[in-house]
Design a protein around this ligand. Structure first.
Ligand code: DOR
Length: 425
């Protein structure tokens, strides 16, 4: 059935200034006026539910091509659907890296059959090696919609500047993994927890030195930059100051930096290890403050699937945690239930602002737009990794009770995730 009516639902659509109960109609993949629907339609009872624009995740690793034992484009998008995510930026640290038109075309083609819209991020340097520039125009022709060497910083600063100039001309974002490679390389945040565990620490200064370089480039050249996965109070303060001076900087943080701290590492469980690492309570509170005052524009997951075998050894395991299925619920729990942000402002951080940064549409429920939407209910649920939909289970939210649950996701008018089936028709 290509027509659908969601009746009596709480609608949050910040772009159109809506925060009220109403009906939402969908026909042939787009939002329409309810009066445009024929009697032949699926009806969903929206009572007790809230409808928001599909979430847009600016930071996802889909592992395809090359590491499809961890995730692939289709399973990653199933996880996205279960988290209410309808668009995402897929990072280029695949195997091979997304540094050639052939690899980008493979990803674009495979994503056509997925349950969410995947925008490919092209690599800035070949093999993410930091020294040899890719052919950005050729990657753009093949379909990339952003540039990054995510996972690592672009080592050669002159290549970074050149990529920022080309990206600005193409009107696509550069997203920066900020890290000084000489200071980085530890296993957990450097401090009392790394000492207690007896493992090498990753100082906040490694991230801050990287952030400082990218802000300096953006300011000196007047070019835009997007700062990935901010985790330290110092980086947030630098971004705040830069914004005040008019630097064209946007930034994201991730739900794990809002909900967890380095203390979680004392369990010696590698599911809590990611890069940047979980930091201190001071940093966690600084992330929340930076979201609230507009320093940090977006919440993105850094969804980074790894197999249980890889994660088995606390020290040897690769960095990364999955996140798309829990991102809204975790952020809602900390920010909305925690009383520091309205649900409407959370939707700005997870849909409206990412849409602006990406420039690929979405972020609203406007009539005529593709019908990307998520329905959630405020209810408690406990995260069970085995019940998640992606291939890998390395979630740092396991066992935590969250305060909101995604119930249904529409992608271009198609139901791609549905927990209401039993109750609501
Ligand atoms: O924890 C991380 N995992 N940080 C990154 O920057 C890369 C990512 C991955 O690809 O696993």
């Amino acid at each position: 059935m290509d027509s659908l009516l969601i009746q009596g639902v709480h609608i949050i659509d910040p772009v159109n200034g809506i925060d009220a109960v109403g009906d939402i109609a969908v026909k042939e993949g787009r939002f329409v006026e309810p009066s445009d629907l024929t009697p032949e339609r699926l009806v969903i009872d929206g009572s007790g539910l809230t409808a928001v624009p599909g979430l847009i995740d600016l930071h996802v690793h889909l592992r395809d091509p090359g590491q499809t034992d961890k995730e692939d484009i289709l399973t990653g998008c199933r996880a996205a659907a279960a988290g209410g995510v309808t668009q995402m930026l897929a990072m280029p640290n695949t195997k091979p890296a997304a540094d050639s038109p052939e690899t980008v075309r493979y990803m674009v083609e495979k994503a056509k059959n997925a349950d969410a819209r995947v925008h490919i991020v092209g690599a800035i340097t070949k093999g993410l090696g930091g020294h040899e520039a890719t052919d950005i125009e050729a990657l753009y022709q093949a379909g990339i919609r952003a540039l990054s060497d995510d996972g690592v910083p672009v080592l050669d600063t002159s290549i970074m500047v050149s990529a920022m100039k080309k990206a600005a001309a193409l009107n696509i974002p550069v997203t920066a993994h900020c890290e000084d490679p000489y200071l980085a390389g530890g296993k957990v945040n450097e401090g009392k927890v790394s000492e207690a565990l007896g493992v090498k620490g990753m100082p906040g200064a490694a991230e801050d030195a990287g952030t400082a370089r990218e802000l300096a480039l953006a300011e000196s050249y007047g070019l835009p930059i997007h700062i990935c996965h901010v985790s330290t109070a110092v980086s947030a303060a630098m971004i705040r100051d830069a914004k005040r001076r008019g630097v064209r900087v946007t930034a994201e943080t991730a739900p794990h930096y809002l909900m967890l701290t380095e203390e979680a590492l004392l369990k010696r469980d590698a599911d809590y290890r990611m890069n940047p690492p979980l930091r201190t309570e001071h940093d966690r509170l600084a992330m929340i403050a930076a979201l609230c005052d507009g320093t940090i524009d977006a919440i993105a997951t850094d969804h980074a699937p790894h197999t249980p075998q890889e994660k088995a050894d606390f020290v040897q395991a690769p960095n990364g945690a999955i996140g798309m299925e829990t991102s809204f619920a975790a952020a809602y729990t900390v920010l909305v239930k925690g009383g520091v942000m309205s649900a409407s402002d959370l939707v700005r951080k997870m849909s409206v602002n990412p849409a602006k940064i990406l420039g690929t549409g979405g972020g609203s429920l406007s009539i005529g737009e593709p019908a990307d939407l998520m329905l959630y209910r405020e209810e408690e649920w406990t995260v069970d990794p085995e019940k998640l939909h992606g291939k890998s289970k390395n979630t740092p939210f396991k066992g935590l009770t969250l305060a909101a649950k995604v119930k249904l996701t529409l992608y271009q008018g198609r139901i791609v995730f549905d927990e209401l089936r039993e109750t609501a028709r």
